[in-house]
Design a protein around this ligand. Structure first.
Ligand SMILES: [Cu+2]
Length: 142
């Protein structure tokens, strides 16, 4: 009849700390895209764009999006603007995709910076249908 002892509080804290370290703690994981082709999947009902954080080199970027959800979706590339109420500059948009459809791919050139990929249909962006896109300097002449 061994008694079941709860884990000491300190042990729990240590384990949480280790888990946080392993998961990068506040430093979200980016998917680094090396061929300049972003393959995105849009879903619902969780209103997602996957992958949610992408890093790509500046220059020509191709976006291939697929709607894996049950509603219509699209992908719009916007500049990140920190100013509240400011209108985001739109760089490109895919066509609206019906459920199960892929949009014709689009090609854009982006300078290094922070961008957002959003679905501009309804309030999908507010419901979480966006991804962060970091464009790093490829060192190419511009
Ligand atoms: Cu959408």
């Amino acid at each position: 009849m061994g008694e079941v002892r709860p884990l000491p509080f300190r042990a729990i804290i240590v384990m949480l700390g280790a888990a946080a370290l392993l998961s990068g703690c506040g430093n979200p994981d980016y998917v680094t895209d090396r061929d300049g082709v972003l393959r995105l999947e849009l879903g619902d009902p969780e209103y997602s764009i996957t992958p949610g954080r992408i890093r790509v080199s500046s220059g020509k970027i191709k976006i291939i999006a697929r709607n894996a959800g049950t509603l219509t979706h699209n992908v719009r590339v916007e500049e990140v603007n920190e100013e509240e109420g400011a209108t985001a500059k739109v760089f490109a948009s895919t066509q609206t995709m019906q459920p199960g459809e892929s949009a014709p791919s689009i090609e854009i050139r982006l300078f290094p910076g922070e961008y957002r990929l959003v679905c501009s249909i309804g309030n999908h962006e507010n419901l979480g249908q966006y991804a962060e896109l970091e464009v790093t300097d490829a060192g190419e002449a511009q």
